[in-house]
Design a protein. Structure first.
Length: 186
């Protein structure tokens, strides 16, 4: 626990930007921070493919929203929401190429009896997970709605984001990437 207190809500973007749609979680949390200001007590992180290195953050979280590409029924870009007991099996079988790291991460927190009380997995069905920069068109077009669903899920958990003014959004694009600016708060 940083500062002796647990993190009320962790929003963790997962994925690899070098593997096309696998970068969805990272792109989504970047867009989230560009358009929205997190409330106090909410930590938004680009977890990339760090796996077990993220264990301290997951263990400190009372609630966690994981954002990632999810293999599921439906055409590419279909939004998916899994929660509670659905998340564990999904990360073992339905996440993208870094799934083993995420499964190990959640298993380690569970075995240490330090799992978040509330766990959500939000994402979209990928079209491709092969090497390549950028999201495929159907997955890229799902990002704005995915960001809205992250904001809604946080609100359901009692954490209300504030939408940034247009000039704040433009300033974020011109300066440092939004994720790096937020990481300064750690």
């Amino acid at each position: 626990m940083r500062g002796g207190r647990p993190t009320p809500l962790l929003i963790l973007g997962l994925g690899n930007l070098l593997c096309s749609d696998d970068g969805l979680g990272v792109v989504a949390v970047d867009q989230l921070l560009r358009r929205w200001t997190p409330p106090d007590g909410v930590l938004v992180l680009d977890g990339g493919t760090l796996g077990l290195a993220l264990l301290p953050y997951v263990e400190d979280a009372e609630a966690a929203i994981l954002v990632d590409a999810i293999r599921a029924e439906g055409p590419p870009g279909t939004l998916v929401r899994l929660e509670g007991d659905e998340v564990g099996p999904a990360v073992s079988a339905r996440l993208s190429s870094h799934q083993i790291g995420v499964a190990d991460l959640l298993d380690a927190a569970r075995l240490r009896l330090r799992s978040p009380e509330t766990l959500l997995l939000l994402g979209a069905v990928p079209r491709t997970l092969g090497l390549g920069l950028g999201l495929s068109p159907p997955v890229a077009s799902a990002v704005p709605e995915l960001v809205e669903r992250i904001v809604s899920a946080a609100a359901e958990l009692g954490h209300r984001f504030e939408e940034k003014a247009q000039d704040e959004d433009e300033e974020g694009r011109a300066g440092r990437p939004a994720l790096l600016a937020r990481a300064d708060a750690l």
